[in-house]
Design a protein around this ligand. Structure first.
Ligand SMILES: [Zn+2]
Length: 190
């Protein structure tokens, strides 16, 4: 097969050279006032990969990205209390769930992913829409897991932050404490 980034022959979808060149994670921080969002890649570095999200390659790309960033994070992250990784709206849209893949790679001694527990009842598409549109069309999350726990919120991209904030306020009603959110990238950080 060929590397999807440089098109050279490769044993995997992203060749070893491109993995080192493009997929070595950094650690970025953005405050959404009530909590912080950490992400691993500059948006411009992986924009081409994310554009393939809804294609057949998307599943493999998300696995590669998660394996290179969420997995090492989970090994470094240590707590003495249980933490749950909560993917936002992990419903398969293009045959797979983007956020479920990310949460899966966080599984470790202290982090337990929980699936199908924070689901949007409004299936509105936010991509390319303004903050005003997003605020007028909330996702209306349903929360289906335990009360009074500590969670890491998981999404693939943070743009305006409105989805993560809405999830945060939904969870607050259940006394669920959001430690922070984790995304692959921050679209505001170009
Ligand atoms: Zn390559």
């Amino acid at each position: 097969m060929r590397c999807i980034l440089c098109e050279r022959l490769s044993f995997s979808f992203v060749c070893k050279e491109c993995k080192e060149k493009f997929l070595t994670p950094s650690f970025y921080r953005r405050s959404l006032r009530d909590f912080e969002v950490f992400s691993f890649y500059k948006y411009s570095e992986i924009e081409n990969l994310l554009n393939l999200k809804h294609t057949l390659l998307g599943y493999f790309i998300y696995n590669i990205l998660a394996k290179n960033s969420f997995l090492p994070f989970s090994k470094e992250f240590k707590t003495d209390f249980p933490v749950f990784a909560l993917p936002i709206d992990d419903i398969p849209y293009s045959g797979y769930s983007h956020t479920a893949i990310l949460a899966k790679y966080l599984k470790s001694k202290n982090i337990k992913p929980v699936f199908h527990s924070l689901i949007a009842s409004n299936r509105v598409i936010y991509r390319g829409k303004s903050l005003d549109f997003r605020l007028k069309n909330p996702r209306k999350f349903q929360y289906l897991f335990k009360r009074e726990i500590d969670v890491i919120l998981i999404d693939d991209v943070v743009t305006t932050g409105s989805t993560l904030k809405e999830a945060f306020w939904t969870l607050k009603k259940y006394d669920v404490n959001v430690l922070f959110a984790l995304t692959i990238t921050n679209a505001r950080d170009k």
